[in-house]
Design a binder for this molecule. Structure first.
Ligand SMILES: Nc1nc2c(c(=O)[nH]1)N[C@H]1C(S)=C(S)[C@@H](COP(=O)(O)O)O[C@H]1N2
Ligand SMILES: [Mo]
Length: 169
């Protein structure tokens, strides 16, 4: 499992964009910062209440790259070399979908997907890709690691298990 230090780290934004990006942590720090506190829920049943995240809105990262009109989805890759995820562009533009650089006021640790990971608040944990390396704008949704193994592509909390258990806060 590769590590990336805060200094080594680069986030690439490519695919159907006019302005491909290679963003350092310092670049991300110059963008408008956002904070978000929400329950973190894995689809297998565990939940961590009220986790505080900080970072930048995915919407702002995407805008910075000037996406083409033909782009309708976003694909995420991890520097673990295996895991992938996706969102529709509409989901990606929600205010509660962030490129997270901090957790509980500290840099995101390696174990939690640092230095930079996704945090997709309204969806199950598997949608929140850790060790974020790249974001590609695509013509259509390219399903991710777990979705090729049967998980819902639209992983909204409460959807897969048919229960009304949307976390509060
Ligand atoms: N790259 C990568 N991201 C990942 C995973 C993974 O195995 N690899 N697991 C997912 C799942 S199923 C969950 S529940 C969360 C767990 O995040 P945590 O380790 O910070 O609790 O990360 C998600 N992101
Ligand atoms: Mo999970």
């Amino acid at each position: 499992m590769p590590h990336r230090s805060a200094l080594d780290y680069r986030l690439t934004v490519a695919g159907l964009v006019d302005q491909p990006q290679s963003l350092s942590i310092a670049d991300l720090a110059t963008m408008p910062q956002t904070a978000l506190t929400s329950d973190f829920q894995c689809v297998t049943g565990w939940r961590v209440r009220q986790v505080k995240w900080g970072g930048v809105r995915l919407a702002d990262v995407i805008e910075r790259a000037s996406p083409h009109a033909a782009a309708t989805a976003v694909h995420f890759t991890s520097f673990d070399g295996r895991y992938t995820e996706s969102l529709t562009l509409e989901q990606a533009r929600r205010a509660d979908v962030i490129v997270a650089t901090s957790m509980f006021g500290k840099p995101v640790s390696h174990d939690h997907g640092g230095p930079v990971r996704m945090y997709v608040a309204p969806m199950y944990g598997y949608k929140s890709l850790k060790w974020l390396a790249g974001i590609q704008l695509t013509e259509s949704v390219q399903v991710g690691y777990w979705e090729t193994r049967g998980y819902d592509v639209d992983g909204f909390v409460g959807h897969s298990n048919g229960r009304d258990d949307v976390p509060t806060g």
